[in-house]
Design a protein around this ligand. Sequence first.
Ligand SMILES: Nc1ncnc2c1ncn2[C@@H]1O[C@H](COP(=O)(O)OP(=O)(O)OP(=O)(O)O)[C@@H](O)[C@H]1O
Length: 257
Amino acid sequence: MILSEQPVLQVNNLTLHAGQKILIDDLSFLLYAGERLCLLGASGSGKSLTAQALTGTLPPGITVSGEILVNGIDVAHQPALQRSTAGRVAAIFQDSASALHPLFTVAKQLKWVAGSAQQGSLSTLLDAAGLHGLGDRYPGELSGGQRQRICALMALLSSSNVLVADEPTTALDVVAQQQVTTLLQQGKQALLFITHDIAVAARLCQRVVILEQGVAIENGSMQRILRSPQQPFTRTLIAAARQNSDLILTARQALAG
Ligand SMILES: Nc1ncnc2c1ncn2[C@@H]1O[C@H](COP(=O)(O)OP(=O)(O)OP(=O)(O)O)[C@@H](O)[C@H]1O
């Protein structure tokens, strides 16, 4: 993998408070063009708050300190709508239904984000994403997995060079999960993939930051973390994922036998 010298996303000492309570504590990481980085943590560790800070969608009442540099522009205190084009971050969330307008067709919504450059080839794009013939459908006429792939496609078509995906596969069955991660793998943007699922992360990401109760406790290449995790929490995550895949293997063997 060849990485550019300047990170497209640089998070420096990001701290989020609600009143006196520290929710994210001094979080720092870099994301380079061409890279897929995972932010991995258990429920309540602060993954969604981090995604909201990066995308400029934090709820009221959260105080921010530190820097979030997107293409060198500090957007830590800029809500999404106040950001310049270079400071924008594309996003895909777990709840895709709310991201799509219910009264417009898929093709129309894809055209909004794709701009004129892509308009001729929308049906090709839909075909490549395994969504053949769905352009004329309304969001309510799609399955959850199809909606999530449309959202992934929209995020990948946006002009931003940074994409934050917050638990985009959590609500999906394994086939739909695979379809969404395959799409994300094909994207040109640098990807911050946020999940609690180390098995999905290991398939998609080259590097990982482990978040525990708002603190980054460990980071490094995915291979290194899987091979020799340093922190007890990371070891627990990996052991649980291994146990899961052992269970699947045992079930398969039982079925085959
Ligand atoms: N608006 C808020 N005000 C105060 N505390 C909040 C707010 N939003 C989230 N929190 C708290 O911050 C912590 C982190 O929440 P967050 O939603 O980021 O966790 P998460 O890792 O995304 O969890 P999950 O995987 O369950 O979605 C939790 O303890 C949560 O209760």
